[in-house]
Write a protein that binds this ligand. Structure first.
Ligand code: SF4
Ligand code: FES
Length: 381
């Protein structure tokens, strides 16, 4: 594996690059991981810059490129960008809604060497799915897109983000994945950053439904062994220990925004004191090794108790920095999703309280919205 030596320590090279090619998207999911202040088309990086970034990524040791957004097929140059990945030997994964121009471009993407498709599905029942995604007639387009993916022989992953509006459909998502010939299904309970944080009360399921969804997944994994792989992301607020968010800060992933800002995770901009570097001003290798945002929470030196002396600190790397900021008001605090955090009981109580109330209407994501980020305001606990 490549390794690079930044100013203070040697770190392994990143494994994955999330290329957020655009924030434009025909869907308006209320749990979107994009920031509340979406980049506009006029500020997006051009084709040549993305190709240079991909070349630097390959030289750095990156193996996987996730072509994401927004909706990445909204870019006119998506085929050229995908072809560049193939020529550089980078494994390309198209993360798509499957609507808009996605189907029209699929054959060309396949022809230039696209390796994998990850298709989002908001629900199983079309009416429910289209309410969640905020777009009428999306479901038939998604189904047609999925059928084309598998007919081309491309590996298909379905991604279902689970919340109280579709938790009753978990069994249905599994059946749908089998019916469409997907190789993998992600049953990913909502992570409460970005738009999902704004919509938390509308999305938070109750503990009994979460537990039931986990049992359904476990039974299906047994039943469908060898046919379908099911990844399960449990909801943080009900977990015992947090996940290693982004694989640990500055350890595995780089996230490049449509305007070329490089982030250690998709929600990192909510940590307002961090300084981010741009691909238009620095090489990717320099950013990975030396950018203040990447070095801020890399490793364990920055940790407070109880993480500092915990034997899991190099397993989960203290959980999620963005969630620590959102809930504890300090990005260097132990993630309150962890049962060892002094705030954990309050987080559990908050989740139970929100799940017990009637859900408010969704606040849909939209470019030009003036929704304020609660993550930049005071912590709620
Ligand atoms: Fe992970 Fe910190 Fe919790 Fe230990 S105390 S399990 S390192 S988040
Ligand atoms: Fe930023 Fe978890 S989303 S560290």
């Amino acid at each position: 594996m490549n390794a690079i030596t930044p100013n203070r320590q040697t770190v392994p090279a990143p494994v994955g690059l999330l290329a957020e090619l655009t924030h434009r998207c025909p869907l308006r999911c209320p749990y979107c991981s994009n920031p509340l202040e979406l980049d506009r088309r006029s500020g997006e990086l051009d084709t040549a810059t993305w190709q240079r970034v991909l070349t630097e990524a390959a030289a750095l040791g990156v193996l996987h490129v996730h072509l994401s957004g927004g909706e990445p097929t909204a870019r006119n140059d998506i085929v050229e960008i995908t072809e560049t990945c193939a020529k550089l030997g980078l494994y390309s994964n198209l993360i798509t809604s499957g609507v808009g121009g996605a189907l029209d471009k699929l054959q060309a993407l396949y022809d230039v060497g696209l390796d994998h498709v990850q298709l989002s599905v908001q629900g199983v029942d079309a009416q429910n799915a289209e309410k969640i995604g905020g777009l009428k007639n999306a479901q038939p387009q998604k189904m047609a897109f999925a059928e084309k993916v598998t007919s081309l022989g491309l590996p298909l992953t379905l991604n279902s983000v689970i919340h109280r509006g579709n938790i009753h459909e978990v069994e249905g998502f599994i059946d749908l994945a089998v019916r469409l010939g997907a190789k993998r299904l992600e049953v990913a309970h909502t992570q409460y950053y970005g738009w999902a944080y704004v919509n938390r009360a509308a999305l938070m399921p109750n503990k009994a439904d979460v537990d039931a969804s986990i049992r359904i997944v476990e039974a299906a994994r047994e039943r469908l062994k060898g046919q379908l792989v099911i990844d399960l992301v449990v909801p943080d607020y009900y977990a015992k220990y947090p996940k290693a968010c982004a694989g640990g800060w500055g350890r595995k992933l780089m996230n490049v925004t449509p305007q070329g800002k490089v982030l250690p995770c998709h929600a990192a901009e909510t940590i307002s004191q961090l300084e981010f570097w741009y691909v238009t001003e620095h090489s990717l290798g320099d950013i990975w090794a030396n950018s203040p945002a990447f070095t801020a929470y890399r490793g364990t030196d920055w940790m407070q108790e109880p993480c500092r002396s915990c034997d899991r600190r190099e397993k989960d790397w203290g959980g999620c920095r963005c969630q620590a900021l959102a809930l504890a008001g300090d990005a260097a605090a132990t993630d309150p999703a962890c049962s060892l955090s002094p705030l954990h009981a309050k987080v559990r109580a908050l989740a139970a309280e929100e799940a017990a109330e009637n859900p408010p209407d969704y606040v849909y994501r939209t470019i030009g919205s003036n929704v304020r980020s609660p993550l930049k305001e005071e912590a709620p606990l």
